[in-house]
Design a protein around this ligand. Structure first.
Ligand code: BYC
Length: 361
């Protein structure tokens, strides 16, 4: 038996095993990889359900980064100083980069980026609810950095230990940048709070509007989350939605106090028995409306994404023609496709040998 892992655990590698092992052995190997906290890599055998879950989550995450450029992008031309404009430009550009890492991670699972984009603009794939609210004043830029990026960090730091290798590695860099984004938001708000009474009112108003939507970013309550149990078992997610939401509240309350703003929740108070802050009921009806496409800005966000995609068609064509000329016909996505094709070919050989039962959904 070939062992390739560097630690002390005797560990068969699925690349060696793919063509010789039975479906049960493959499944066991996959489970042991997860159990030992190793990473699943693109060429490893994985159950179809795992692949689908990873494509779903990574694609939604990628779409969120790209759609998430819009609310803040709204303020680039109206930033109040050259310094604030440069910071905001850099931040929005970072979000584009995050989207690209994530689409690349999805491609390692055999997803096609063009197809994912079409699913997004046809409303067949989700993106984060948070980006369907309008940015009404420049204080929203600061509050997005503080609360939205703060929530993103709480949610995404554990994803650096997610079981799918390319996703976990992408998250490391994304989290470093998100933490810079959060600090820039907080610094902007501290500056405004030291300014005029009107500026302080703007910060409070933005906090009032973004607080509850930020809590919704963590997803439905655990009891209503259809994906959490399986994703936790596969170590895709390391904490439940409610655990991370609580962590965010506990982290943010002292930051609000230091800033001098009030969080808009009369039920928010320290609970010494639990060792956590209690907080009020989230408006889940609003959340459901938003993720069903009926939020204040859903139509506008998707229309802008569609226009950018259609307007960029000639650029993609030109880039593909240029790449084909310089690589003898092999373009970037094809490189991933060949990785996937190799992994799919191995799985197909299994199916022809053992039937479809090797794929545990
Ligand atoms: N918005 O069973 P559940 C950023 C969906 S980017 C919309 O709990 P799961 C940033 C969920 O997808 C922030 N949909 O699902 C960018 C599922 O749908 P389907 C994005 C939501 O996957 C630019 C259904 O509801 N972060 O921070 O176990 C500028 C049931 O939910 C939402 C990520 O994507 C939502 N809020 O857990 C600034 C992080 N919540 O497909 C900042 C990665 C849930 O079953 N993703 N849904 O119909 C995750 O960690 C998890 O996917 C979630 C949801 C915690 C979001």
């Amino acid at each position: 038996m070939t062992t390739v892992r560097s630690d002390d655990v005797e560990f068969p590698h699925s690349r060696e095993h793919d063509v010789t092992s039975s479906p049960n052995e493959l499944q066991r190997h996959f489970e042991r990889t997860i159990e030992h906290d190793h990473r699943i890599e693109p060429r490893d055998w994985m159950p179809d359900g795992y692949r689908k879950t990873m494509v779903r989550q990574i694609a939604q995450h990628a779409h969120s980064e790209i759609i998430g450029m819009q609310p803040e992008g709204n303020w680039i031309t109206r930033a109040p100083s050259l310094r604030r404009k440069a910071i905001l430009l850099a931040k929005v550009q970072d979000e584009a980069g995050h989207g690209l890492y994530l689409y690349s991670a999805a491609e390692t699972l055999g997803a096609d980026r063009e197809d994912l984009t079409v699913r997004l603009i046809e409303g067949r794939q989700k993106y984060s609810s948070i980006f369907n609210y309008p940015t009404l004043t420049f204080a929203d830029v600061g509050v997005i950095g503080w609360l939205v990026d703060g929530a993103a960090i709480c949610n995404q730091v554990p994803l650096c230990r997610s079981s799918y290798g390319p996703y976990a590695r992408a998250m490391i860099r994304i989290c470093k940048e998100e933490s810079f984004h959060q600090r820039q938001g907080y610094e902007l708000l501290m500056t405004m709070m030291r300014g005029t009474e009107a500026q302080r009112r703007m910060v409070q108003d933005a906090t009032d509007r973004w607080w509850w939507p930020s809590l919704m970013m963590f997803g439905p309550p655990d009891v209503e989350s259809p994906n959490t149990a399986q994703s936790m078992a596969w170590k895709v997610k390391r904490h439940t939605n409610d655990e991370l939401r609580q962590r965010f509240v506990d982290m943010t309350v002292p930051q609000a106090q230091a800033l001098g703003v009030t969080l808009p929740d009369p039920d928010l108070r320290w609970n010494p028995e639990r060792g956590h802050y209690d907080f009020g009921e989230i408006d889940w009806a609003e959340f459901k409306q938003i993720i069903s496409g009926n939020g204040p800005c859903n139509a506008q966000r998707v229309a802008a994404r569609r226009a950018a995609h259609e307007g960029g068609e000639w650029v993609r064509e030109a880039a593909a023609a240029y790449a084909a000329k310089h690589t003898g016909g092999r373009t970037g996505p094809d490189r991933h496709k060949s990785t996937y094709a190799a992994s799919a070919a191995v799985q197909d050989r299994h199916k022809s040998t053992y039937g479809d039962s090797g794929s545990a959904a």
